[in-house]
Write a protein that binds this ligand. Structure first.
Ligand code: SAM
Ligand code: SF4
Length: 335
């Protein structure tokens, strides 16, 4: 991958923010049912509404030609998409793309980690919210912790640049595991980010107003055991990082509720059905599937539409844990 191929980025929004990061959801389906992400009974999109492999590749190519340097594949669970290795292979070789990454729940990584690495994936984030088997099952409704632990080991063995773990912390569910999760990451020489739950999609398993835990509260817990030193490092996403003393690990804090990071937002998202979402917390969007299917092969039209859409990127999100204004579930847009 050659980072100097395109020197002038052309995706800039009306607040002067440069967009150089695309999160690409390749499916809305998942083999888990995390309580904070999905309702118990979900209806998924019919296959013909999901972007095909070619449509995903054409869209990603357009974004990279417009200056996007990093693409994260997500979902739903990206690894349940049958042609995922083909997609990784074709995106990894796009001239101008610096990093192709993925967020996964880890269940399929024992088989897929090495093939993903071989196909050109640079980094991987794996979500794990509990190290207690019973609790893990309750949080994911169906998940088997051992499978995810095996997936994490497989990712470690596949020699990705760096494996990062992601944990959403919910009061009363797993807020007593912050230290255990951090220790697990440090012991395995991985990084970990703690995420504040966002009010995306109407759920019935818990009241989000009662499960709120701020990044600051998480950090206070961590500081009872770890010496943390703030770091200006970035992986191009919303995490603010701290280095853990006497280790090579960093701990990230993703704080969509308590600390608005919108002023430095460099991201847009493409939903599995091809809707270009300009902000996770707003509904401003553009139907790229309509353009892809009405004008197949017309990459100039696609790029012009993407450039114009930037004018609609909202300045910021206003999340309120008491209220679900965004009815879209997280599996639609990806994390
Ligand atoms: N299935 C993959 C996984 O779980 O890693 C990728 C998709 S998942 C939607 C991406 C990330 O979003 C995960 O780390 C998940 O924990 C997080 N997530 C899901 N729903 C969320 C919510 N309501 N608030 C905050 N994070 C959420
Ligand atoms: Fe699936 Fe990821 Fe959502 Fe959990 S967070 S239900 S693993 S998409």
């Amino acid at each position: 991958m050659n980072s100097n191929h395109f020197s002038t980025p052309s995706l800039t929004d009306s607040f002067g923010r440069e967009v150089n990061y695309l999160r690409l959801s390749v499916t809305d389906r998942c083999n888990l049912r995390c309580t904070y992400c999905m309702a118990e009974d979900m209806t998924f999109l019919p296959k013909q509404q999901i972007l095909s492999l070619e449509e995903l590749r054409d869209t990603a190519t357009a974004f990279v030609e417009l200056g996007v340097r990093k693409i994260r594949l997500t979902g739903g669970e990206p690894l349940i998409r049958r042609d995922i290795l083909k997609l990784v292979g074709s995106l990894a070789s796009l001239p101008g793309l610096d990093e192709l990454t993925m967020t996964s729940n880890g269940v399929m990584l024992p088989k897929m980690a090495q093939p993903l690495k071989d196909a050109g994936l640079s980094r991987i984030n794996i979500s794990i919210d509990s190290l207690k088997p019973e609790r893990f099952k309750a949080l994911t409704r169906v998940g088997d912790l051992d499978e995810v632990l095996a997936g994490i080991r497989a990712a470690g063995a596949a020699d990705f640049k760096r494996v990062k773990l992601n944990a959403v912390i919910l009061a009363g569910f797993n807020d007593d595991e912050v230290l255990d999760l951090a220790r697990f990451a440090v012991d395995n020489q991985m990084d970990i980010s703690f995420i504040e739950e966002m009010p995306l999609g109407e759920i019935s398993s818990h009241n989000r107003a009662n499960t709120k835990v701020s990044s600051e509260q998480i950090r206070q817990q961590l500081e009872t055991e770890f010496k943390l030193r703030d770091s200006a490092e970035t992986t191009g996403g919303p995490s603010r990082y701290a280095r853990v003393a006497n280790s090579d690990c960093k701990i990230g804090f993703i704080s969509p509720m308590s600390n608005n990071f919108c002023s430095s937002c460099n991201r847009v998202r493409l939903t599995a059905e091809g809707r270009l979402l300009l902000c996770l917390g707003n509904e401003h969007s553009l139907d790229l599937r309509e353009i892809l299917r009405s004008y197949p092969g017309d990459s100039e039209r696609l790029k012009t539409s993407i450039v114009r859409a930037m004018a609609n990127k909202p300045e910021r999100h206003y999340f309120d844990a008491e209220q679900t204004d965004i009815v879209r579930f997280m599996n639609m847009t990806g994390g």
